[in-house]
Design a protein around this ligand. Sequence first.
Ligand code: DHB
Length: 307
Amino acid sequence: DLSTQIAGVKLQSYLMNASGPQCTTFDELKRIAHSSSTAIVTKSCTLMPREGNPEPRYQNLPLGAIQSMGLPNLGYQAYLDMVPALKALNKPVVVSIAGFSISDNIEMIIAFQNSAVDLIEVNFSCPNIPGKAQIAYDFEQTDQALAAITALGNKPIGIKLAPYFDMAHFIAVANIIKKYPVKFITCINSIGNTLVIDPYTEQPIIKPKGGFGGLCGDYVKPIGLANVRAFRELLGNDVSIIGVGGIKSGTDAFEYLLAGADAVQIATSLEKEGLGCFARIEHELKAFMATKGYTQLSDAKGKLKPL
Ligand code: DHB
């Protein structure tokens, strides 16, 4: 039994899709609903529809991927209109919002607060819009944005964080989160503004932003684990934590559980392997836990042992 909860919303299982691949159109979201993903998470939306950045904008790498999609999405109204049909697929619906300003986010959040969505994940960490800084790396803006968006309704609000790499940053962000009724955090987003070079062509391998893009997959797992662990220790058990970053096996998912994740999201494995990744990883996680005599998530959650 891998049942869990995020911000009081019951989930049958521990694994769901991350906002990112294969969750932009209704058909894609319907396929996610029909997979073993325990929730339906939508692609981050903006006020207006977007085509996204020029191609090539996603490339697989031996240990993950690099991407600079640029928020291609149907515009928030399309997702709002889809909510009843998504809810009819009988899984919790998590909407991801990525406004270009606090007022964009307020407008979209008010709309979704008045819909049937279960959770609202506000993306503070998209690294791929030319000229736009990641909110999560600007602590003053993070504080101001949280003050505004946590006062808009009764549905649980969470934030998608960028990866942090300094203990002082973990502490500063945790202290801001504690000032507001933030019900969950999702960490981590891709590591922004990395560069992969093809030495043969002497070019970057993606086109947008001179080749700078978000690093995903195996490369980022230790960073995701550290972020989940640090925030679990700093925030206690009042804030739910969704772990993301490089989960492609049952043991990867188990490591996030030890770090303190209440649930996990999967992007790169979904893109590379397809929808079967959820059932496979769930089965592997159950089998690995069984070898230890663990039957539920609480047997191991947050229980990383000291060395
Ligand atoms: C995109 C990438 C992200 O990492 C994110 O959080 C939101 C959007 C993108 O490029 O589409």
